[in-house]
Design a protein around this ligand. Sequence first.
Ligand code: PMP
Length: 330
Amino acid sequence: MHYANSLLDLIGNTPLVKLNKTVDDAKGLVLAKVEYLNPGGSVKDRIATRMIDAAEESGELKPGGTIVEPTSGNTGVGLAMVAQARGYQCVFVCPDKVSEDKQNVLKAYGARVVVCPTAVEPEHPDSYYSVSDRLVREIEGAWKPNQYANVNNPRSHYETTGPEIWEQTDGRITHFVAGVGTGGTISGIGRYLKEQNPAVKVIGADPAGSVYSGGTGRPYLVEGVGEDFWPTTYDPDIADRIIEVSDADSFDFTRRLAREEAMLVGGSSGMAAFAAVQLARELDDPDAVIVVLLPDSGRGYLAKVFNDEWLAQYGFLPATDEQTVGQVLR
Ligand code: PMP
């Protein structure tokens, strides 16, 4: 019989898949590390497990304890999945701008969701930062993973994702590309790859406006990447270069990945893949082996990136749509 003892045993060991049509005539190989195939649907399953393992070992998280984190997205799902398997409670605190769908996903895994007003300063007692801090103080046995400052976030990638990519490419990887949010992915994987071969180049992809590409934190629409502050989980010595990508290019490429590669992924994946293909074009090198990490699935963004009205409302022209319609009409 072949079966896993728990869904948690299926985290990691995600496949590398070659990008074909979206690479056009660029030379070299562009390989996608498809992280939405993790059981919780994103790369964050990896950090959730590692952060919880470490907190159990250090005694910060005790049997029957409660995990409290200000998150509305993938990290919440990863934490909720591991918590359920190991008998912990979860309370997630999120601002009221977070869609009901996202809140419902967390509730479906058995987590409690506390919603706070978006329109208050971080110092305000009702802000989601203040509320999560208060819950940690008030709930007995509470523990806050704090993915923006937890060393086990980059460490999970140093220990698992990095070695997987090195082995899957037989040590022939020349460039690694990833979007930057907490910076855990790029810092952990990048450090591992450079230790194996210092010639490997590490490239961050960042939404225009975010601090990593020199912005001030001005708003952008792609979710999960870019910051308005510098988290300690980002190691500034790892990335050799940051490629800035506009929302328009991120969303257009996200839609191309679904239609041309059958990869239904989120906007941060489109952003990273856009940067990887741009890099392939610049390098113009048939021996280049570029690995790009795709963090999550497009299922969570059907009402946004994949919705023409939503895109149109922000003035983005979905070029691929226009072409398709044009061809049919002609
Ligand atoms: N994409 C998505 C959808 C994410 O949720 C995250 C995590 N914030 C990232 C990319 C960036 O990963 P990291 O935090 O490791 O930099």
